[in-house]
Design a protein around this ligand. Structure first.
Ligand code: NOJ
Length: 486
């Protein structure tokens, strides 16, 4: 089969690769502050310098160009563009940095694919009013989005409002392992895991709606772009082939994905959640429903792995701290055996068929809304003990990418409207709680010299992109991304 218009690309969150954490008037983000709290990041590191992409972006664009990718997915740092959110001025140095980046990409024929929020916010919003727990953030996010549409929208035609808000909200307010470190357990000093995740998610959903509404009303017609949202999408298999576990797997998908997508696409939280959470789930007022009509043009799917879901609704089990409301245990192990080959990321197993199933789930549930696979990649462990030559010989990553792309092609053959695919990621970078102990890059980064060196996977991907079987096309025209029916 020839690939249809896949967009070959790489993704970054700029706070993970950008560095220059206080340069050019940037303010502290919540992650800058959080990573400084002892014990929060595995290797005690932070993203102050990271890959120094802020200074080395031209070199990185050369790498992309030499590989032959035609799009680059990156995030804009809110604290670089609006260091004090709406409480201060737009930062011209921040705007200039992204202008230079966008222009340099376009010069090479590489389409910018921009995320507005990838977990990080200016710390001031947290300190002043509690960020995602306060509805004020909806307006503030809308303001930030508009600043970006105005400054960059003449050249940026692909926008996503949020990257993985499901992860951000669960980490920040259910388990407390991400900022602002809220939960009901011993690792947090504030929070309520039974309530706050749902309030924060509600504000994220309405922030998406605010930004999408501004884009539709004021920019989309003239700028001709499209707007979507990206979710972290595990596939779930029933632990045992029994109805209770099948239902648990369905619930797990709803608690992850439909939590955000059902309101945006259908105007209501998913029935699977309402049944369990009842009044703990906020409701949408008529005005909010009106805003939600802005919907989205495409869904971004970050897919890495598959887990088992084991029911705890009908047979009690130890729920732990992360999946309490779901009433299911999510695990990669059954009878001591992993669901697929393990990788260095504890919950990421290699289960290629999960890609096809995941994409087909989105196709069925959301009426074949256009999709982009916005992330897919393989984690290598890294420490002083692992020689660089072993990290460069990343056969595990090559096998992973090949098999996941095959699986994706099966879903596309079955009619799934997939418009593009992004590998995570071009270069090794700061991996949140894992610091620099995990490497996802096609290029190895020596963090003492910042030198980038191609791994085997970079060569493989380059050949893949140039193979005659790979039909390269331009980015799909925005007009083909239709708005969803209600
Ligand atoms: C999802 C996130 O978007 C990204 O920030 C992270 O590094 C990768 N997955 C790998 O965990």
């Amino acid at each position: 089969m020839k690939w249809l218009f896949l967009i070959y690309s790489f993704v970054y969150c700029l706070c993970k690769i950008e560095g220059a954490y206080l340069e050019g008037n940037k303010s502290l983000s919540n992650w800058d502050v959080f990573s400084r709290i002892p014990g929060k990041i595995k290797d005690g590191s932070n993203a102050d310098v990271a890959d120094d992409h802020y200074h080395l972006y031209l070199e990185d664009i050369e790498l992309m160009d030499s590989l032959g990718v035609n799009s680059y997915r990156f995030s804009i740092s809110w604290s670089r563009v609006l260091p004090r959110g709406r409480f201060g001025e737009i930062n011209p140095v921040g705007i200039q940095f992204y202008n230079k980046l966008i222009d340099a990409l376009l010069l090479k024929g590489i389409t910018p694919f921009v995320t507005l929020n990838h977990y990080d916010i200016p710390q001031e919003l947290e300190d002043r009013y509690g960020a995602w727990l306060n509805k004020q953030i909806q307006e503030d996010f809308g303001y930030f989005a508009e600043v970006c549409f105005k400054a960059f929208g003449d050249r940026v035609k692909y926008w996503t409002t949020f990257n993985e808000p499901n992860v951000m909200v669960n980490g920040g307010y259910r388990t407390g392992i991400y900022p602002p470190n809220h939960c009901s357990y011993d690792n947090c000093t504030a929070g309520d895991s039974a309530i706050e995740p749902y309030i924060a998610a509600h504000n994220v959903i309405l922030s998406h709606a605010t930004a999408a509404d501004i884009y539709r009303r004021k920019y989309q017609v003239n700028q001709g772009g499209s707007i979507g949202i990206v979710l972290c999408s595990y596939w779930y298999e029933p632990y045992d082939d029994v109805p209770a576990d099948q239902w648990a797997a369905q619930r797990a998908l709803a608690f992850d994905l439909a939590w955000f997508l059902d309101p945006i696409i259908y105007g209501e939280y998913p029935p699977e959640m309402r049944e369990i959470l009842g009044l703990r789930l906020p409701t949408f007022s008529p005005e909010e429903k009106k805003k939600l009509e802005s919907k989205l043009d495409f869904i971004g799917v970050n897919h890495y792995s598959t887990l088992y879901a084991k029911d705890c609704m009908f047979s009690p089990c130890n729920l732990g701290t992360s999946n309490g409301d779901l009433l299911a245990v999510l695990t990669g192990l059954r009878g001591g055996l992993p669901i697929g080959s393990p990788t260095a990321m504890p919950t990421f197993y290699v289960v290629p068929q999960g890609m096809e199933k995941m994409v087909m789930y989105f196709k069925e549930r959301y009426n074949n809304t256009p999709m982009f696979i916005t992330e897919n990649g393989y984690a290598q462990g890294s420490s002083d003990k692992i020689p660089m030559k072993d990290l460069l010989n990343d056969t595990g990553r090559v096998d992973y990418l090949r098999s996941y792309l095959d699986s994706l092609s099966r879903a596309m053959r079955k009619g799934a409207d997939v418009r593009g695919y992004f590998v995570w990621s071009l270069i090794d970078n700061f991996e949140w709680l894992y610091g620099y102990t995990l490497r996802f890059g096609l290029y190895y980064v020596d963090y003492s010299t910042l030198k980038r060196t191609p791994k085997l996977s970079a060569q493989w991907y380059q050949q893949f992109l140039h193979s005659p079987k790979t039909l390269k096309k331009q980015m799909p025209s925005e007009s083909k991304l239709q708005h969803l029916p209600s």
